[in-house]
Ligand binder design. Structure first.
Ligand code: FAD
Length: 418
């Protein structure tokens, strides 16, 4: 059958769209159908902060994201989408703290900027707390207009005969000759191969075929607020506070939270990686993916309690002037969120499942925008049975059976989640 196969992709988020785009280029004779219950790119992919970086705890993630950044550069040339290399700035109060990887090697220093002179850090970044003693500026990083980029990939895929179908996949049945997809409104598609790119609903789809992948969802949020006191410089890079912390509540607040079981989490230690960047219109965007509660995904995102207050308290630790907003939240405040669909090690799942001709591309947690191009390309290479890049085994859905990969994962001290 070769390159003339029929391939259905379930899910037109950025992962499904990128897979359709690279498949249409690598297998131009294949019949490709992209199915989504809603408008393309309207779920998790529309909630992204759109940031990208090549700095990760494990080389496989660095390679995947570097490849993706290179592919995004190429797309930028072809489609006129915008990438801004404004960098990522990690800061810590601990001068000897390795944020993710060995950042004290000469090779790392050549690619990035590492600073541990406290006075110089204060001179360069006067908005930071004077207690900051380590600054790592990642150069191959910034933000991308991901919806423009993904839409360009989608339009290009459509002009290469990729067909878009708006329907929900409600059942999947593997037969001797193919895969039957049952759709809403009595629709049916029979396909040779299936790619599950359903974002947070990945396991809803795989379970229809009797498989359960080791992924789960946590709900993470961001806020955008005005910055009437101009605390955040307009040219400030995406800045991340790497240290864990307890929030600085007043004695009354502490007593209040202590006596309410549903609020005691506010007194616990919070992880590092709270992040801030300037946004258009004199506003600031902030996020902190601290939630570890495993949740069932829903298409309507539930409301939060105390998220903006927590965020501003946490941010005041490394940009002290923000404490004024923690006391008095500026309005209008926009809060939004979505699911981080993730694995224990925070590596995605890309490739064939244990069921013949069924593939997955997902578990892209908080890095799906930056990794989508390379993830879609890798998934397409699997389907086309082409030579795979050396990072492919790390993302293979059966990597938990690979002992040497499992040893490398066990040696990691952090999962790189922001
Ligand atoms: C608050 C937040 C901030 C983020 N910031 C960043 C960032 O700065 N940088 C970065 O790289 N990443 C970021 N991410 C991560 C990134 O947004 C996600 O990893 C990425 O969007 C996941 O894309 P996806 O295609 O896998 O999933 P989705 O975009 O969720 O797409 C899945 C699609 O599948 C469809 N679907 C599901 N079930 C069915 C079914 N049964 N039938 C038909 N269709 C179905 C859904 O309708 C949906 O359109 C962030 C995520 C969040 C939540």
């Amino acid at each position: 059958m070769g390159n003339t196969k029929k391939i259905a992709i379930c899910g037109a988020g950025i992962a499904g769209v990128a897979t359709a785009y690279y498949l249409s280029r690598i297998m131009p004779k294949a019949t490709i159908i992209l199915i989504d219950k809603n408008q393309p790119l309207s779920f998790t992919s529309s909630q992204s902060g759109e940031n990208f970086r090549d700095y990760w705890p494990h080389p496989c993630m660095e390679k995947l994201c570097s490849r993706s950044i290179d592919l995004m550069r190429l797309l930028q040339k072809t489609f006129d989408s915008t990438m801004n290399f404004s960098g990522y700035h990690f800061v810590s109060k601990h001068p000897n703290k390795a944020i993710f990887a060995d950042d004290d090697t000469p090779e790392f220093g050549l690619r990035n900027r590492v600073e541990t002179d406290q006075a110089l850090i204060q001179e360069l970044y006067p908005y930071l707390a004077p207690t900051i003693q380590k600054s790592i500026f990642i150069k191959n990083a910034g933000y991308v207009d991901s919806i423009v980029m993904a839409n360009a990939m989608l339009q290009h895929a459509k002009s290469n005969n990729v067909k878009l179908v708006e329907a929900e996949v409600v059942n999947i049945h593997k037969t001797k000759t193919g895969i039957d997809l049952k759709l809403t409104n009595n629709g049916k598609i029979t396909t040779d191969q299936l790619v599950i790119a359903a974002g947070p609903f990945m396991n809803h789809l795989t379970q229809m075929l009797g498989i359960n992948l080791p992924v789960w969802n946590t709900l993470q949020r961001k806020i955008i607020i005005p910055d009437p006191k101009n605390i955040i410089p307009k040219n400030m890079p995406f800045t991340i506070f790497a240290d864990r912390q307890y929030l600085n509540w007043s004695r009354e607040e502490r007593n209040f939270f202590k006596n309410d079981a549903s609020l005691q989490w506010l007194l616990e230690e919070f992880p590092g990686a709270i992040h801030i960047k300037p946004e258009s219109g004199g506003r600031i965007k902030m996020g902190w993916a601290f939630s570890t509660e495993v949740v069932e995904p829903q298409f309507t995102i539930p409301k939060s309690s105390y998220f903006p207050q927590v965020l501003l308290k946490g941010a005041s630790r490394f940009i002290p002037a923000l404490s004024t907003y923690a006391e008095n939240l500026p309005t209008p405040l926009i809060e939004y969120g979505g699911y981080y669909t993730r694995t224990k090690e925070n590596f995605p799942l890309i490739g064939p499942t244990s069921i013949d001709d069924v593939f997955v591309v997902g578990a892209l947690a908080g890095f799906g925008t930056m990794a989508a191009c390379a993830a879609g390309e890798l998934c397409a290479l699997h389907l086309a049975e082409k030579t795979l890049p050396d990072y492919a085994p790390y993302f293979h859905p059966s990597r938990n059976k690979n002992e040497s990969i499992q040893k490398e994962i066990a040696a990691l001290h952090t999962d790189g989640q922001l």
